[in-house]
Write a protein that binds this ligand. Structure first.
Ligand code: PNS
Length: 159
């Protein structure tokens, strides 16, 4: 079985993430969306909430499942018999750090990383920017899945 992992913080999931997950699901048997529990940046949503939102927005996709992980992504891969990580690259600015992580993950654990180019429609999109936009009253429809809009707008208002 060809199983890949799409790891990330997903705080919250955006339409850019969803595009990568959906496209990855067309060329492999199973995609595990792995939600990092301990993100260094202060998260707006806790890990359970981020998992819940992802499960909701991917529920129609039979070969996608969502899990959370602590620690190294390569340990998660090993424990789940995953041979490759799939990452979206939005711009050249993503490349340096992503390549460094990919090489570290391959050299230390033999886990491959496959890069997919982000759909140009979402090339500017990041969870951080979406949170900031929502915080100051911006309209986030079209940027995050429908199921996330209300949760995001009410959470930023509570802050
Ligand atoms: O959505 P993000 O914040 O870009 O996701 C980054 C993430 C969580 C995928 C990355 O930081 C990660 O894999 N963290 C787990 C710890 C790890 O394995 N780090 C890589 C060391 S080379």
């Amino acid at each position: 079985m060809r199983r890949v992992v799409c790891p990330g913080s997903f705080d919250p999931v955006t339409n850019g993430h969803l595009d990568i997950i959906t496209r990855a699901a067309t060329f492999c048997d199973e995609v595990i969306v792995a939600v990092a529990h301990n993100v260094s940046k202060r998260a707006l949503f806790n890990a359970d909430e981020r998992v819940e939102m992802l499960a909701e927005v991917t529920k129609a996709q039979d070969n996608v499942r969502v899990a959370r992980f602590d620690g190294l992504v390569v340990d998660f891969c090993r424990a789940n018999n995953v041979s490759a990580i799939v990452k979206g690259l939005r711009a050249v600015s993503d490349f340096d750090y992503e390549m460094q992580m990919a090489q570290m993950n391959y050299s230390q654990a033999g886990v491959e990383t496959l890069f997919m180019t982000t759909n140009p429609l979402y090339a500017f999109l990041s969870s951080s920017l979406v949170k900031e936009f929502a915080k100051y009253g911006g309209d986030v429809s079209g940027l995050v899945p429908e199921q996330v809009i209300d949760r995001l707008t009410s959470r930023v208002q509570e802050q």
